[in-house]
Design a protein around this ligand. Sequence first.
Ligand code: OSB
Ligand code: MG
Length: 368
Amino acid sequence: MKLDHITLREIRMPLVTPFETSFGATDERRILLVEVTGEGATGWGEVTAGEKPFYNEESTDIAWYILKHFAIPKALESPLASASEAAGRWSNIRGHQMSTGGLEAALWDWEAKLQGRPLHALLGGVHREIPCGVSIGIKPSIKQLLETIQQEVAAGYQRIKIKIKPGWDIEVLDKVRERFPRLKLMADANSAYTLADKAHLKVLDRFYLMMLEQPLAHDDIIDHAKLQQYIETPVCLDESIRTPRHAEQAIEMGACRIVNIKLGRVGGFLRAKQIHDCCQAAGIPVWCGGMLESGIGRAANIALSTLPNFVLPGDVSASKRYWSQDVIQPEVEVSSRGAIAISDSPGIGYAVQRARIEHLAVRKETFP
Ligand code: OSB
Ligand code: MG
């Protein structure tokens, strides 16, 4: 597989509704898209880094730098036998998984398109539709949160995740449970607590959540293992799992009973599959997380979610929850039963709207 060019673009897209987590709020995304071309086909990938280095150390601007100076030159150095070889090419880059993962994902889309096959087939996917949940940010009031949950339940979503932080947790969950006693519900703290809060977090057991996502530090495994011993609610790790080794070690230590796999956070499809396989072997279910992606990243998440051990509803939801107009056609739609049907079109399975992307682009550079 010989590449001709790689093009980086930054697009700006305002969110339909601002999204707030324990580490801050976002109202406009600055998204890097990677386009790879060669042998008459084109592949697309999305860098899932945030605008600011608050979820992890990566950011839109840093990703551009890492791609331009380190990862793209490696990809262009010589032909690739397959996309599964790509991650090994830049294994000397420490961290920056979201940056390199956007390029890696574009190479998988390209390979699938060269073979005229859907990406989910190339990955070894089995599911024909994927169950969907939604992630609901911190709201200005409990009343607004309850209204949003009501809307998403009415739309058919199979589980609701709410963001929590100190001061927006027990009272909020109490009200949500009072109103929705049978809802499949979970909470995500994005590292807002420490082990000193363990008694406080144990109170959450009373809400019989499906799981508590990333309560403790973004780089911690050991304290999560101590917390999991102490609480009944299953702990799910997000931020802490950046490599297959982290997944192995977290499982060995009993730091979680569920893993959130994000394609970007772990550096692309090869690593995501390795983490998937390691969790499957250990009997740990996984689900696909989201990073407020455009349609390109969303389509990649859908393909990833077809792997067999993606058995819990993910944070992959309809385009219209995020964007007035997405960059793919058709847009991602969710059925009234809260599922996304898998497309069998080649590659990521959705047509990329190049004209719209050019319109949204604020910078662009083609290599070589
Ligand atoms: O922790 O899962 C997270 C969004 C931005 C940063 C981190 C997270 C999230 C989400 C939103 O929960 C998921 C989505 O709807 O894309
Ligand atoms: Mg999370």
